[in-house]
Design a binder for this molecule. Structure first.
Ligand code: FAD
Length: 395
C-alpha cells in the first residue's frame, strides 16, 4: 500500500510539511491534513488590523493550493492519538491510520493561569487576539470604541511565547492608530519579562522618539489575574492596573492534542524533538513542529521557523518512508519583521545549524542581525516576505 502521512493542524508548520511531503515524494506518499478551519488566517500581519491599515480578509488564505498538490484536506479535529496502533481518532468519530504523523497544533492558553478569564463571557471582554481571526477584529472594535484619552493595556506573558517581537509590534500598531486618531490616549505595556524580549533597543527607541508620550513600558509586571468588570490587570505582587481596553496574552503551551498524547515532556508545556527529524522524543512515528516544540537555543516560535521545521520534517519523513537515512546537517533560517507604523518596519534575522555533538540547532556565529532603524524600504521587504511565505506554505 502507498504510505500515508497524516498532518494535524493546517497552520504554518502543518501546511508546509504537507505540501513538501507531496513534492519531495514525487506524489508517491498520500497526505491528509486534519484542520477544522476552512481557511488559514495569518497571524503575521494581523497586528496591522489593530493599527487600521489591513483587514482580516486581507490575511485570510485558501487551502486550494494544497489540494492542487494532491493533499487531502479533512475538515475535522484530532480528538485522540493511539501511538501503539498508529491511529488518529477524529472529533467526528472516524479513525485515520498513519505510517507517520506530523503534529503542528500551535498553542493552547494555559488553563487556569488567569482565573478571572475562566468564564467564556470574560474571554469575550478581555481579549488575547493571539490567534488571528474573530478576536483580532473584536479588539480593533474595542480600540475604535475607546474614547480619546483612554488607556489600552497589553499584558505580555513570560517567555517563551508565540512570536517574541509580536507584543511590541502590537504596542507600536496601537500607538500608530492613537497618534493619528486619539492623540491623548496611552498604550501601557505590562511585561512579565524584565526587558523587551526581542529587538529591545529598537522598540524602546521608537517608543521614546516616535511614540513619545503615548507608549509607557512597565517591565516585571506579571499578570496573574484580571477583574473583567473593571478591566483591571492584577500582578503577582498585587499591583492593579485599570484600563479602558485590556488585552491579555495568557501564558501558553503546546496545542491541547500534544499534551493529551503525552508529548509535552518539557515542563509539561512543550514537546521535545530530535532536531534531525522533528520526531518526538516521547513517541516513535510522531513528529512535532511549529510553536508546539521545545525550541533550540535562541530559536523563536515564529511562522518562518514553523515553515522551516515543516521542510526539515518533510524531508526526513520522505527519507524514512523510503528506507533512507535523513540528512545529517539541516540548516534553518528565520526573519521576523515588525511593523512599527503602516509602512515602516524593523527586522531580526538568524541562521540555525545542527550541531552533531550537542544534538541541537545552534545559531551560526556572525549570521543574521538587526535593522539599524525602522524604514519604509524594510516595509516593502516585509510585505514580500509575507507573500513569499504564504506561497511557500500553501502552494
Ligand atoms: P498555527 O499556525 O497556529 O497552526 C496550528 C493549527 O492547528 C491551527 O490551524 C489549528 O486550527 C490547528 N489545530 C489545533 N489543534 C488541532 C486538532 N486537535 N486537530 C486539528 N487541527 C488542530 N511569525 C513570523 O514568522 N512572522 C511574523 O511577523 C509573525 N507575526 C505574528 C503576529 C501575531 C499577532 C501573532 C499572534 C503571531 C505572529 N507570528 C509571526 C507567529 C506565528 O503566527 C506562529 O509562530 C505560527 O503560526 C506557528 O505555526 P504553527 O503551525 O505552530 O501553529
Amino acid at each position: 500500500a502507498r504510505p500515508h502521512v497524516v498532518v494535524v493542524g493546517g497552520g504554518y508548520g502543518g501546511a508546509t510539511a504537507a505540501r513538501y511531503v507531496r513534492l519531495w515524494s514525487g506524489g508517491d506518499v498520500d497526505v491528509t491534513v486534519v484542520e477544522p478551519n476552512s481557511t488559514m488566517i495569518s497571524c503575521p500581519l494581523s497586528n496591522l488590523v489593530l493599527g487600521g491599515s489591513r483587514r482580516i480578509a486581507d490575511l485570510t488564505l485558501s487551502y486550494e493550493g494544497l489540494t492542487r498538490h494532491g493533499v487531502r484536506m479533512l475538515p475535522d479535529s484530532a480528538a485522540a492519538i493511539d501511538v501503539a496502533r498508529r491511529t488518529v481518532v477524529l472529533a467526528s468519530g472516524s479513525l485515520l491510520l498513519y505510517d507517520r504523523l506530523i503534529l503542528s497544533p500551535g498553542i493552547e492558553f494555559l488553563p487556569n493561569a488567569i482565573p478571572g478569564l475562566a468564564a467564556p463571557s470574560a474571554q469575550d471582554q478581555v481579549l488575547h487576539a493571539w490567534k488571528a481571526g474573530a478576536q483580532t477584529t473584536a479588539l480593533r472594535a474595542q480600540l475604535e470604541a475607546m474614547p480619546d484619552g483612554g488607556v489600552y493595556a497589553l499584558s505580555v506573558p513570560p517567555a517563551p511565547y508565540r512570536c517574541p517581537p509580536g507584543p511590541y509590534e502590537r504596542a507600536c500598531q496601537v500607538a500608530f492608530y492613537f497618534s493619528r486618531h486619539k492623540p491623548r490616549s496611552k498604550v501601557l505595556v505590562l511585561d512579565a519579562n524584565e526587558d523587551v524580549v526581542s529587538k529591545g533597543a529598537l522598540f524602546k527607541r521608537l517608543w521614546k522618539e516616535r511614540y513619545a508620550g503615548i507608549v509607557d513600558y512597565r517591565p516585571g509586571f506579571r499578570t496573574v489575574d484580571v477583574d473583567v468588570a473593571t478591566r483591571t490587570a492584577i500582578s503577582e505582587l498585587g499591583e492593579k492596573i485599570r484600563a479602558d481596553v485590556l488585552n491579555v496574552i495568557p501564558p501558553h503551551r503546546a496545542g491541547a492534542i500534544a499534551a493529551r498524547t503525552g508529548l509535552a515532556n518539557a515542563n509539561g508545556r512543550w514537546c521535545e524533538v530530535d532536531f534531525l527529524t522533528f520526531e518526538s522524543t516521547q513517541a516513535p512515528g510522531i513528529h512535532v513542529i511549529g510553536d508546539a516544540i521545545q525550541t533550540a537555543p535562541l530559536m523563536p516560535k515564529s511562522a518562518h521557523m514553523a515553515n522551516q521545521h515543516g521542510k526539515v520534517c518533510a524531508a526526513a519523513v520522505v527519507d524514512l518512508l523510503s528506507g533512507r537515512a535523513p540528512a545529517a546537517a539541516p540548516v534553518l533560517t528565520n526573519t521576523c519583521y515588525s511593523f512599527v507604523s503602516d509602512r515602516d518596519v524593523i527586522h531580526v534575522a538568524s541562521v540555525h545549524a545542527y550541531d552533531a555533538v550537542k544534538k541541537t540547532l545552534l545559531v551560526v556565529p556572525g549570521s543574521g542581525g538587526l535593522s539599524p532603524a525602522a524604514s519604509a524600504l524594510e516595509g516593502t521587504y516585509a510585505f514580500s516576505w509575507a507573500a513569499n511565505i504564504w506561497a511557500d506554505t500553501l502552494g
